[in-house]
Design a protein around this ligand. Structure first.
Ligand SMILES: O=P(O)(O)OC[C@H]1O[C@H](O[C@H]2O[C@H](CO)[C@@H](O)[C@H](O)[C@H]2O)[C@H](O)[C@@H](O)[C@@H]1O
Length: 361
């Protein structure tokens, strides 16, 4: 395959931008307070350990269920916040008239169910078939916090675009989609954080060493970022684990700490995230500043919010949050779990097949 290696350094983050709302239907629920990602970087001081533990609790399924039980008392608000992308399917696809749909899919919790062991987060064969069908009709990308090779090992579809390490490692298929002649003809390869590789290696080693005595803690090397999992750590040790991670990162002001689903994510402080990856891929496909595209982004995690925000800012696109519980999100629709994601993808394929067969008046 012909590769085009583009390695572009991206400047460190200057500041965390204030959350902003965009006039994009349907509206977000009012009165839901936005939870900031916890930051530990040159730009922001770390919160108290108590703050971290609160945030760790918030990402645990037991606590999420308790929060949802409260929200259910106000069911009207929950329903309004996240209309189902399946229930509102016709409305979702109506916006695509005359436009090319491009599909972006997160992996963990979206295509595969969340499991205790990150190495065993397999995708079902039926889900793989659904994603393959989607990719036959629309340019399709997987956007994951995992390292690109690992997510490819799970998905195993060569025809897709892959953005691993939260979008910091992007590679396109050998035969790329081209909307315009200006679109990149050669395979895409983009690694904006390559200068951080040695640092990430060091931090990975230190984190493995430091956390080895905390039962259940697991450190995962995701190439341009590192995950520290606490799903299998006793809640009594969460604060000790948070302390350890923070103490390692003290010596690395160019790295920041964010949190996902029962996982700490150590990432370079560059202005690059899943949202930037989405924009980069649209541009590579030939859709830069283009109105005749409708991006769909489906994801379940806090890091997917960066992509949902980009869609809101563009005022064009469909953000779908995968969650059983009401959450503060910039997505416009929801699906409850990977099984519903699969149903939605199959429906999208069927709708496209039928609309091609339909006579154009
Ligand atoms: O962007 P994603 O594809 O959603 O990746 C985010 C993290 O996903 C994985 O961790 C999550 O899934 C695991 C398996 O189900 C689960 O055990 C863990 O608690 C979840 O946080 C992956 O292992 C991480 O490296 C990714 O950063």
């Amino acid at each position: 395959m012909t590769k085009q290696a583009v390695v572009v350094p991206v400047p460190p983050e200057a500041a965390v931008p204030a959350p902003q709302l965009f006039p994009y239907p349907p509206p977000r629920a009012a009165g839901v307070r936005r939870k900031q990602c916890l930051q530990m970087s040159g730009a922001g001081a770390p919160g108290r350990v108590g703050g971290w533990v609160e945030s760790m609790r918030a990402s645990s399924p037991t606590h999420a269920r308790a929060a949802a039980a409260l929200a259910d008392d106000d069911g009207r608000r929950a329903a309004w916040m996240h209309p189902s992308a399946l229930g509102k399917f016709e409305q979702v696809v109506a916006a695509s008239k005359g436009k090319q749909i491009v599909v972006f899919l997160d992996y963990d919790g979206t295509l595969s169910p969340i499991v205790d062991d990150p190495d065993a987060a397999y995708m079902s064969d039926t889900m793989r078939r659904a994603v393959r069908s989607v990719a036959k009709h629309f340019p399709t990308a997987i956007v994951s916090g995992r390292c690109r090779d690992k997510v490819f090992e799970f998905v195993k579809l060569a025809e897709l675009y892959y953005a691993g390490s939260h979008g910091m490692d992007i590679k396109g298929p050998a035969k790329a989609y081209r909307h315009t002649k200006a679109a990149k003809a050669k395979g895409v390869l983009f690694q904006p954080a390559s200068q951080f590789l040695p640092m990430i290696e060091q931090v990975h080693e230190s984190l493995v060493e430091k956390t080895k005595d905390i039962p259940g803690a697991k450190v995962e090397n995701n190439k341009f970022c590192v995950s520290v999992h606490f799903r299998r750590v006793d809640e009594k040790s969460w604060s000790a684990l948070a302390d350890m991670v923070k103490s390692v990162l003290k010596d690395y002001p160019k790295l920041k700490l964010t949190q996902g689903r029962m996982v700490f994510e150590v990432r370079p402080t560059i202005k690059w995230d899943k949202g930037k990856a989405l924009e980069f891929l649209l541009e590579s496909l030939g859709f830069a500043d283009c109105a005749d595209v409708l991006p769909f982004y489906i994801g379940d995690d806090r890091t997917d919010e960066d992509a949902f925000k980009v869609l809101r800012k563009r005022g064009n696109g469909v953000g779908i949050l995968v969650s059983k519980h009401p959450k503060d999100t910039s997505a416009s629709y929801s699906l409850q779990e990977p099984a519903e994601v699969m149903e939605f993808l199959l429906r999208l394929v069927e709708w496209e097949r039928l609309s091609k067969a339909r006579p154009k008046w």
